[in-house]
Design a protein around this ligand. Structure first.
Ligand code: ADP
Ligand code: MG
Length: 695
């Protein structure tokens, strides 16, 4: 039996491998680069490249690639083999330091939001030495950031790394004030829980909507959906278990800490959660996890669906982004401590997050905005589109006590003096956690639950890191000037609670009453992507990003445009797919079945029989088919109209209001008659066939 401990990380050029393959001098210099971001000189890079290549070749690799995360949301790679001519028709295997640290892919076809004219298409990739190189399908993959020639970020990793630097800088200022002498850096940590669906590949291939769009555009609910709640945490089917075993093995070989696996709420839905890691590594690993899930599923003749809403009527898939801040000495800054000083520090970080989420609700909403996720948020299966925070009753009592100066009722004592009193024991990871909140405190971390299953986690963490960095900066600015630290700290925490408590909501986020209350509190309710995206360009947000050097103004504009364009493209593809299915399959199928019924009516009548079923059904089908024809013509017209709109914000709003709505209307009619048409005539496999395809 292969032991996990033997093969874990076997395809990763990790610290252990570096130590054994590099001279101690080179190893030390590389470590310095990894830890302190110091530049690597070329002779060191050459030695590292050589060692990496030898190690990779031993493990069967023939090629290398700079592995990066362009704005498409998926990863990109261009393979180059190690071979180099050596005369006499021979080749040697070569990999130089400069090939390790920098690449120049011809990158003209990646979305750049106008940052790069096609004629000056060159972009370059630069090694991110904090994320280990690894081998995937015989290719040595070097995690890199991707920039334009003039240094503008064209990817999701560069701003993520910048945001980690920003929060490090500001958190360190705050930590100094609390006398943390031995802390030299902080990092944000993330554990992304990944939800997904598995369907049989043969069944999947019978659904053009799944193939082209990743979601079903039509389909009536089968008699049984998720109402019995018997799938959640249920016994895992052997075929799915085999898939999970293979998946775990692949992930573990890549040093990805796959930990928890279980069935989710909807039939055919599952979840995988890793153990948390440093944010950029968690982001790399999550991208790899999604890729490997799809690959391993194919080996098992299944397809892994990562779309946020593959099926109407059952839950969609999200990606809970568990987030915290950790010092290089291993202290979790969102964990209440044991001493008055530790607790004061905890409370300051806590209110910094509260303030950040309140001030930058719009950015957090934007970070999870996509055409797919719009079907999930607010649909009573995922948090509403309103960003709010859950902190739980115990912590709420503490904040109330600080705000009002009144004792904590349940503990019979007050918590009045920050820096002098010890917090009452706060339960960690309590069971009464609120599942309906988009942003929940879970004892020692926050769980951002609005992220969509197919999205890169980078954007959510860029927003979070930067917003919290900004609040820590403001706090540090005040406290560094203070000559009565405890008093000023107390006032700062108290005032922050008073000013930002509107963002805290510990009740049921699925309740309609919350929508009304949130409005009264002045919280944003950005229901769709087109409604959310324009907030990107608000002055307050542009100031935030530019002042922390996360994005330049050009980069923000580019990202905004890319997001708008992406939305428009997705909806357009969906509309064309829907029309294709209607024109070539649904309408003809309904017609054929009607003909069959009409033939039957004539036959029955000729021998004096009553044809009530056939007559009524044919009549319903005639009405439906006329209705479908009418809506599809309107949809076609809207698609022509949309081409006249040049402004990207107007276009996405138009698509939401005029195209998605018509697609939904088409679907309603078609789904209704699916229930009464002979299965042999129906052109596509049903929801029942799909959701229960894996036996
Ligand atoms: P649940 O489904 O109840 O939310 P899970 O155990 O499935 O809980 O997921 C919790 C996730 O939170 C795991 O990925 C875990 O590693 C992660 N996590 C735990 N502590 C931290 C932390 N300090 N920072 C970031 N993520 C964390
Ligand atoms: Mg969770």
């Amino acid at each position: 039996m292969k032991q996990v401990t033997d093969y874990f990380g076997s395809l990763v050029f990790d610290d252990k491998v570096m130590k054994s393959k590099l001279s101690s001098d080179v190893y030390k210099k590389l470590k310095k680069t990894i830890q302190d971001g110091e530049e690597l000189d070329i002779s060191v890079a050459n030695s590292v490249a050589q060692a990496m290549k030898d190690w990779a070749i031993e493990l069967g690799a023939t090629h290398f690639t700079h592995w990066f995360q362009p704005m498409t949301g998926v990863t990109a790679e261009k393979h180059d083999s190690f071979i180099s001519p050596a005369g006499d028709d021979r080749v040697i295997m070569e990999f130089k330091g400069k090939e390790l640290v920098k690449g120049e892919p011809d990158a003209s076809s990646f979305p750049s939001g106008g940052l790069r004219a096609t004629c000056e298409a060159r972009g370059y990739t630069a090694w991110d030495p904090t994320s280990y190189a690894f081998i995937k399908d015989k290719v040595l993959c070097i995690p890199t950031a991707f920039c334009s020639y003039s240094g503008e970020a064209l990817d999701k990793k560069t701003p993520l790394l910048r945001s980690m630097q920003a929060i490090n800088k500001q958190a360190m200022r705050v930590l100094k004030l609390f006398g943390n002498e031995n802390v030299t850096s902080i990092k944000t940590t993330v554990g992304p829980e990944q939800e997904y669906f598995l369907v049989d590949k043969d069944v999947y291939l019978k659904r053009p909507d799944l193939i082209y769009t990743g979601r079903t555009l039509f389909g009536a609910m089968p008699p049984k959906g998720q109402e019995l709640e018997d799938h959640y945490f249920g016994v895992i089917k052997p075929r799915v278990q085999d898939f999970m075993n293979d998946l775990n093995e692949e992930l573990w070989k890549l040093g990805i800490l796959g930990k928890t696996e279980h069935n989710e709420v909807a039939p055919a839905q599952h979840e995988l959660a890793p153990i948390f890691s440093t944010t950029n590594i968690a982001a790399d690993h999550n991208q790899l996890t999604m890729e490997i899930m799809q690959k391993v599923a194919k080996k098992h003749n299944m397809v892994c669906l990562l779309h946020e809403k593959p099926f109407k009527g059952v839950n969609g898939s999200g990606k809970h982004n568990n987030w915290s801040i950790s010092t290089n000495t291993g202290i979790n800054l969102l964990e209440p401590g044991d001493t008055p000083s530790e607790n004061a520090q905890f409370l300051l970080f806590l209110v910094a997050v509260i303030k950040a989420v309140d001030e930058y609700q719009d950015l957090l909403r934007i970070s999870v905005a996509s055409a797919g996720n719009d079907f999930r948020l607010g649909a009573n299966e995922a948090p509403p589109a309103i960003i709010s925070m859950f902190i739980g009753s115990e912590l709420q009592e503490v904040l109330d006590s600080i705000e009002t100066g009144k004792p904590i009722k349940s503990k019979g004592k007050s918590f009045l003096k920050i820096g002098a009193d010890v917090l009452p024991d706060l339960p960690k990871d309590t069971t009464d956690r609120n599942r309906t909140s988009p942003f929940a405190f879970t004892g020692n971390k926050f769980e951002f639950r609005a992220v969509g299953s197919s999205e890169s986690i980078s954007c959510a963490n860029i927003m979070l890191n930067t917003a919290v960095a900004e609040e820590l900066k403001k706090f540090a600015d005040i406290l560094e000037k203070s000559d009565n630290f405890d008093n000023d700290l107390h006032a700062l925490i108290k005032n922050t609670i008073i000013e930002h408590k509107r963002i805290i909501f510990n009740g049921n986020g699925y309740d309609d009453a919350w929508i009304k209350e949130a409005e009264e509190r002045g919280l944003l309710n950005l229901k769709s992507t087109p409604e959310a995206l324009p907030y990107y360009l608000n002055k307050k947000n542009v100031d935030l990003f530019t002042s922390h050097s996360i994005y330049t103004v050009n980069e923000i504009n580019a990202r905004y445009e890319i997001a708008q364009e992406h939305y428009a493209k997705v909806v357009n593809i969906e509309a064309l797919t829907a029309l294709d299915m209607v024109n070539k399959y649904y309408l003809p199928a309904i017609s054929k079945f009607s003909n069959f019924l009409i033939g039957s009516i004539a036959n029955k009548k000729s021998i004096g029989l009553n044809a009530e079923y056939e007559t009524n059904t044919a009549s319903i089908l005639a009405d439906a088919s006329n209705k479908i024809y009418e809506i599809k013509r309107e949809l076609e017209k809207s698609l022509v109209e949309k081409d006249k709109i040049t402004d990207c914000a107007k276009l996405s709003t138009y698509l939401k209001d005029n195209v998605l709505t018509k697609m939904e209307a088409l679907r309603t009619v078609i789904d209704e008659i699916e229930l009464i048409v002979d299965k042999d005539y129906w052109p596509f496999v049903s929801y029942g066939d799909l959701l229960y395809s894996v036996k």
